[in-house]
Design a protein around this ligand. Structure first.
Ligand SMILES: [Zn+2]
Length: 70
């Protein structure tokens, strides 16, 4: 049998569970920062137009009531 012809780098040793766990300990997702809409009290993202009423800074940006009739 001929020796395996490969130029790929291969890990010399299997990584231990604790080493894998140490690496993965920094991979958790951060909790999303949420704020309340002052107009309708719905939960919305800060510095974003409210997706429930369409208001931002007491100004209507998006009008959800209008429906295009075609
Ligand atoms: Zn709102």
């Amino acid at each position: 049998m001929e020796p395996k012809a490969t130029n790929m780098a291969e890990p010399k040793k299997k990584l231990s569970k604790s080493r894998t766990g140490r690496r993965k300990s920094h991979q958790a997702l951060k909790k999303q920062n949420l704020s309340k809409c002052p107009k309708c009290n719905a939960i919305k993202l800060p510095h974003h137009v409210c997706s429930t009423c369409g208001y931002y800074n007491d100004e209507q940006i998006i009008n959800f009531d209008k429906k295009d009739k075609k």
